[in-house]
Design a protein around this ligand. Sequence first.
Ligand SMILES: *Cc1c(COP(=O)(O)O)cnc(C)c1O
Length: 371
Amino acid sequence: MQIPWIDIRQQNAALRDEILPLWDEILTEAQFVGGKHLEAFEREFAAACGVPHCCAVSNGTDALRLIFHGLGVQPGDEIITVPNTFIATTEAIVQAGGSVVFVDVDPETYTMDPVALESAITPRTRGIVPVHLYGQTADMDPIIEIAQRHGLWVVEDAAQAHLAEYKGRRAGSMGIASAFSFYPGKNLGACGEAGAVATTSKELAERVRILRDHGQATKYYHEVNGYNNRCDALQTAALRVKLKYLPQWNERRRDVAAQYLNQLSGIDGLVLPTVHPDRLHVWHLFVVQLEDRDRVHEELKERGVSTSFHYPLPLHLQRAYIDLGCGRGSFPVTEAMAERLLTLPLFPEITKEEVSFVCDQLTDIVAGARV
Ligand SMILES: *Cc1c(COP(=O)(O)O)cnc(C)c1O
């Protein structure tokens, strides 16, 4: 057996006959930018997230940057986030002119530690960006309570958490705004690059709409210096088709995760992901922790199972952020995790037999190491 850690070909092959006629029509009408699918997708995705407003944009990184610009981030403004995320979260903060301040994560859920958050707040703090990592939301109630007490905004990085829930509330509906990515490998993936801003604020939605389209509300009349961050019609058409299947894909991801949790339970030296009872996980990634992770990764590869690392080097230790001056030892939970984590194969189309095979191989390798 050869099992990839992600396979997006099966999903796209299955939807070929639904997507191609829409693309054919777009090609015929040459309606590549804007158009009926943009408005419809924005309406449908807003409803799916439980917010009144959605703006489709060029990608998830730009979605974050447009939110920060829309909120009026100024040079010197400190924005607090976590170091165990994809770099897009902090790239967007820096691009908008803000200063990144990291806080460590909770060792159980790998999401922002509210206690660490409170102690990182200074008079220059403007906002907080929790990341709903691997498909599970951060602990939003204490984060929002701290934000309110200090007069700060909360922006959710929901790029890995389409339709995840926290105490019955959807990811992306709890902060002032949230950013989603539709990068092809995400739970809802475009056939190219795309992203979205979801927000409860009509004013912010309006600012993002203007910023994404060269700062104009009326063509050739520019209110502000904006960007070209629009989402193209081929993507919004494909995303509308895929959004219909997202609930069942997420359900299937939960089945796969349940099988892993069941078949891998009780193995000495293997730490399984924790699902907090308050939260509905959508399993963007299934990440375990173990000693000697690099060797296990290699041995699994030899047995036909590909795995990955999300993420191998925490952001505060990246060369790009050397000037932040956070050396090794700054965020011990994140640093310990980074050396031990391994992402197992998980996608909606993976079969029970394939998951069983992965479990058997992993069990064999981990047990063998202790003999
Ligand atoms: C994918 C991702 C992004 C960025 O999305 P792009 O569409 O690739 O720009 C931002 N944050 C997190 C946590 C992500 O996983």
